[in-house]
Design a protein around this ligand. Sequence first.
Ligand SMILES: Nc1nc2c(ncn2[C@@H]2O[C@H](COP(=O)(O)OP(=O)(O)OP(=O)(O)O)[C@@H](O)[C@H]2O)c(=O)[nH]1
Ligand SMILES: [Mg+2]
Length: 284
Amino acid sequence: MARLIDLRMLVEACIDFPDEDIDFLEAADALGKLAHIKQLQQRLFVSAKQGSLLREGVHVVLVGQPNVGKSSLLNQLAGDEIAIVTPIAGTTRDTVREEIDIQGVPFHIIDTAGLRDTSCEVEQIGISRTWNAVEKASLVLLLLDAREGESEADRVILARLPTGLPVVKVFNKIDLLSAPTAESGQDVFVSAKTGAGMDGLRLRLLALAGWEQTGEGAFMARERHLRAMKSAREHIENAETNWRQLEFFAEELKLAQNSLSAITGEFCADDLLGEIFSRFCIGK
Ligand SMILES: Nc1nc2c(ncn2[C@@H]2O[C@H](COP(=O)(O)OP(=O)(O)OP(=O)(O)O)[C@@H](O)[C@H]2O)c(=O)[nH]1
Ligand SMILES: [Mg+2]
């Protein structure tokens, strides 16, 4: 297996002994080795992301106007009567959380108070809790009434959602439509009452969570592991683009190695890569 530390020693030797020049690095296939390390690191990153997903789960927040069926959708996803459902707009006040499992991936589904202008103090507190939940969301399902389509009130909600947060529009109550709607683009159509369209929604949630069946084990990474790996990847990429500037090349390799070492402390980065990949039986 190509090792980061060997490559670093190679580059540093080149700097220390000016007789050795870039040809020497080329002959030693430094770039080929770097590409191999990058590839291993990328595979490790994917496994780590999957592991992090299994450990932390995905926070999905249901938002929308009152009465569109958020609580019904939570109940349908959970397969149980978790949240109170009534035809009265403004039923949900507190956020209601339930952990569900889709193909082994945990999802924390958070039902919230419907969003509207209201003079009711209790409802106002509920609505501010909705926005607090949105801040912590990994993704948002914006529920809409399929009979109404997207209204001005929905557009106001959409505009208030943080930029960069993935949002899926879920048109609910399709059982009440006289004619079936043609599925369009990224939108999802369901009936929280009959369960129609729910399998499609579950698959969509898995895809948005970034779940990939790689066939390789998932490395139980934490958020800080992912950050360390991202930083290592950036340094490896910097090294690759600037490899002709040897000092820079060596420095970026060092930084990449430091980032990986941050995951385990006393353990050296190459040991970590070796350890993890030997478990996945990936050819060396
Ligand atoms: N026919 C039909 N009725 C639905 C569907 N989903 C929800 N409802 C009904 O719509 C009404 C409101 O449903 P809720 O789930 O309480 O709606 P909500 O969005 O949680 O409402 P708030 O808590 O007030 O914000 C209830 O009478 C539900 O039975 C659906 O898919 N089809
Ligand atoms: Mg509700």
